[in-house]
Design a protein around this ligand. Sequence first.
Ligand code: ARG
Length: 464
Amino acid sequence: MTTVNTEKLSSARFAEATDAFVEEFTASVGFDQRMAQQDIQGSLAHAAMLNKIGILTEQELADIQRGLAQISAEIERGEFVWSIKQEDVHMNIEARLTDLIGIAGKKLHTGRSRNDQVATDIRLYLRDDIAAILLQLKRLQTALLDKAEQEADTIMPGFTHLQVAQPVTFGHHLMAWFEMLCRDRERLQDCLKRINVMPLGAAALAGTSYPIDRHMTAELLGFSRPSNNSLDSVSDRDFAIEFTAAGSLIMMHLSRFSEELVLWASAQFDFIDIPDAFCTGSSIMPQKKNPDVPELVRGKSGRVAGHLVSLLMLMKSQPLAYNKDNQEDKEPLFDTADTLINCLRAFADMMPHVKAKRENMYNSAKRGFATATDLADYLVRKGMAFRDAHEVVGLAVRLGLESGRDLSELTLNELQGFSSSIGDDVFDILQLEGSVAARKHIGGTAPAQVRKAIAEARQRIGGD
Ligand code: ARG
């Protein structure tokens, strides 16, 4: 005797029930239920279009709208019963709709497949997530601009190879972070253009024989246009890979940012204070205050880079068109978005309260012979060839090291011992203030230039 599996929407063709483990193994409802509201949004647009082309009556459309509104409310209230018997978010909602409104529920899937449905849902979902990410990104950027304004005159050592190189202003350093985030924002906005194209209408892979109006659905859902090719629409996830790549770059930037905060909060640097609210103590060492937030953000950058690689691998061997492999795209995507929103939020909340220890920064710049290049440039202006000047300054630094003094603390006599062209105007440029003030070109570290950069940056992010 043949048993007919009547529980599954799509299964009349099956003579045997699905193996219990396979049912669990293939189900995605455990994680794709996060796209429920997007799924409903897509179904409402699809139903309105089916009504317009005469496939659904006014009454059927009204029933579908009422049923979906109830389902949406049930989900919001946490009352909706998700079942792995219905495999995924799409079939769960459709089954419940049919329970609620009967025959009209069964008509909703006309001219549509879960393949174009899921591709649409992910795009709608990512669109919302990108908006949330951009919001946090802007909050962080604004916090950086405010902090840069407060610290435009603060002098700190600039590093190469993590060795003191030349003095910079802390405002300038903060603006470097700001610039990285600007490019991150542009990348997300650019990726959004390709996400915001509508796959609905591609159906399973070949389109549909119904006279669908894809422009109408695209407009109802706020997509810029319907996609061009049905096979491509249901199969490629390049937009998701792009999003994860943009996300990986954001996390890479936040991780570098974190690394600096962690170093600077250490007793060895002692450049900043991270407020207690963003740190924890140690269960054994009473003196400890650990910079947990930046450490965790640095750690989380790894998982997002991992998601990028996993999506690339997911895609790379798939023949056209849809394959079940693609069900694996959701967890990395959701986790990428969650991680980005949370990390950016933590940084945006924390940054306004990070305090610069200005004196420590200043003294550290002084200890590192940070104005050695300025002295070489001074000698060049007095007519010496740069390589000779480099040599002379090296000797002066050695004297400073031996006697425990900065270049600005050597006497004029001592300095003139290295080159007779040194005059007492040399002390202006040996001062850290003079060194930074001289770098007043576009992109330079001079306080006046940093203020200009901040003003320009405020305009740049103001608009969107
Ligand atoms: N849960 C599936 C996914 O996430 C939906 C599409 C299923 N399509 C199919 N033909 N089995 O990709």
